[in-house]
Design a protein around this ligand. Structure first.
Ligand code: NAD
Length: 366
């Protein structure tokens, strides 16, 4: 084993402290089995950190992350954060922007044993993560949503050529990689609203077309976001990699999670050139928080995506193997009918975690 990767662990809010420890525990078993050395570094972030330190994201947490190769962030209960209050920074948005984690990669796949409307969904939403209609990402000081009068709000959106080109490049490289893994041609679909947002989405589409010309082996098409959401529900198999701007990507990836059975199955990676952050698609799920029934799969598969990213970035087969072991254990466990209530089952988070660890032991012992 080489020097351990330092991976930060930030539990977040709501169900975060229930699913993040399970993800770390199960991923650790897989890492050990694959010969991957990981040093998990627990760090305060979220509402609990605010209670303790008066900051949702203490400066020491950000400083420590700088010395990590990646980290795991639990969901953030945004609606309880007041950006006007000092110390109430949104960790999720801040970390994406601060560490330039520009690509939010959100796969949606069906799993054997999980009842869904469609049998074979296997697509990825690649969402631009650093600008767009997100007020905390667009201005140096202040906020890009302005309440001009009591009755008038103006929301500013930033779209830059640099961000559009690099997210398109990420999507095409991913489609090429998926094509090689699956033995079939790759396809990228740019999702936009350039018929209405002519300048902003027009620039995004122009950049996607330019990048498409550099990847002739990957098929390319584009679709308006409203039509995309219609086709996604009618025939998700028509999509492979969908690349889009920040807000559309957020919405479409939740929709895609619905197609594969639950938000509890939808992982995501926020990737930059230097760092990556594992973070499930779902939010803090206040309706089930504290009951021990949350599905930890999304957070766990997000950690597997981080392992896979580390494997590619560092040419480290052990990291890639650990990711594969996690994926296989999730598949085997779900196929056995071990399901949390969001999938119609009765297993608790703890029971599901034990089943995952048994699946890992069974797979690695023999
Ligand atoms: P949500 O994703 O928290 O919940 C939507 C539904 O999905 C709920 O019924 C919930 O119980 C269910 N669900 C989500 N994750 C689950 C899991 N792992 N297992 C089982 N069921 C699961 O969305 P929401 O209710 O709109 O948002 C709640 C809070 O989370 C809000 O403050 C929102 O801003 C925040 N949020 C955070 C993130 C993030 O940190 N990445 C993402 C989305 C929403």
């Amino acid at each position: 084993m080489g020097a351990p990767y330092r991976i930060g662990v930030l539990p977040g809010d709501g169900i975060g402290p229930e699913v993040v420890p399970v993800a770390v525990e199960v991923a650790s078993v897989a890492a050990r089995a694959a010969g991957l050395a990981v040093e998990w570094v627990e760090l305060p972030a979220g509402l609990a950190a605010y209670e303790q330190f008066g900051e949702t994201l203490p400066p020491q947490t950000v400083e420590t992350l700088r010395g990590c190769q990646g980290w795991v962030l639990g969901p953030v209960e945004h609606h309880r954060y007041d950006p006007r209050r000092p110390g109430m920074r949104n960790p999720s948005g801040f970390l994406r922007k601060h560490f330039d984690l520009y690509a939010n990669v959100r796969p949606a796949r069906t799993f054997p044993g999980v009842p869904t409307r469609y049998l074979h969904v296997d697509l990825v939403v690649v969402r631009e993560n650093t600008e767009g209609f997100y007020p905390d990402r667009n201005v140096l000081e202040g906020d890009a949503e302005l309440r001009v009068t009591q009755d008038v709000v103006v929301s500013l959106r930033v779209v830059t050529r640099q961000a559009c080109v690099r997210i398109a490049e990420y999507a095409f490289a991913l489609a090429a990689q998926r094509a090689a893994q699956r033995g079939r041609p790759g396809q990228v679909t740019a999702v936009h609203k350039a018929n209405v947002l002519r300048r902003g989405d027009g620039l995004f589409l122009e950049c996607c077309r330019e990048v498409a010309a550099r990847f002739p082996e990957v098929a390319f098409d584009d679709v308006h976001v409203d039509a995309a959401s219609y086709f996604l529900v009618r025939d998700p198999a028509r999509y492979d990699v969908m690349v889009t701007t920040n807000l559309f990507g957020d919405i479409l990836s939740d929709q895609a999670a619905g197609l594969v059975g639950s938000l509890g199955l939808a992982p995501s990676l926020n990737a930059g050139d230097r760092y990556a952050m594992a973070q499930a698609v779902h939010g803090s799920a206040p309706d089930i928080a504290g009951r021990g029934v949350a599905n930890p799969t999304a957070e766990l598969l997000s950690v597997a995506m981080l392992f896979e990213w580390l494997g590619r970035r560092h040419g480290d087969a052990a990291a890639t193997d650990a990711a594969g072991l996690v994926e296989d254990a999730v598949r085997a466990t779900l196929a056995r009918g071990v399901h949390t209530p969001d999938l119609g089952g009765t297993h608790t988070t703890a029971q599901f975690s034990r089943a995952l660890q048994e699946a890992l032991r069974a797979a690695t012992m023999g």
